[in-house]
Design a protein around this ligand. Structure first.
Ligand SMILES: [Zn+2]
Length: 136
């Protein structure tokens, strides 16, 4: 399935998160842009975002984040994936297609540190608007 940055679908209603990093021993200094994207299938209710992390206009990492509980995704996947070695869709993980140009564990740690109720509410809101826009 295709993931499209929220801004391309919902325009001005979308806000990208910018974070400035300095003196982190594992991440290069500078501005990091977190661009949340959502799956473009109007019939799919995956309730997750794929976040492209840009540093100096370069894609350095891709993070998957699912805001629902592990039980939600297990049910959504139909329980058949229980023994599947795939990482859980719940919470944050590095995407399999991430270019990994920065330390992956540190990037995940940074993401989890930045993650708060306001940001999670934004993801849910962007997802809702995005799905409503592509359903038309
Ligand atoms: Zn989906």
């Amino acid at each position: 399935m295709d993931f499209i940055p929220a801004g391309e679908i919902i325009g001005d209603a979308h806000q990208v998160r910018l974070v400035r990093i300095a003196q982190n021993p594992l991440l290069p200094d500078g501005e990091y842009k977190f661009i949340d994207s959502y799956c473009s299938d109007p019939n799919c209710d995956c309730r997750k975002t794929m976040i492209q992390v840009m540093h100096n206009k370069k894609l350095v990492s891709i993070i998957n984040y699912g805001w629902e509980t592990p039980a939600f995704y297990e049910k959504w996947l139909g329980n058949k994936e229980k023994d599947d070695p795939m990482p859980s869709m719940s919470g944050a993980s590095i995407d399999i297609n991430s270019p990994n140009l920065v330390d992956t564990e540190e990037m995940l740690a940074l993401f989890n540190t930045l993650l708060n109720d306001i940001w999670i509410a934004k993801f849910k809101n962007h997802y809702k608007k995005f799905k409503a826009a592509i359903a038309q």
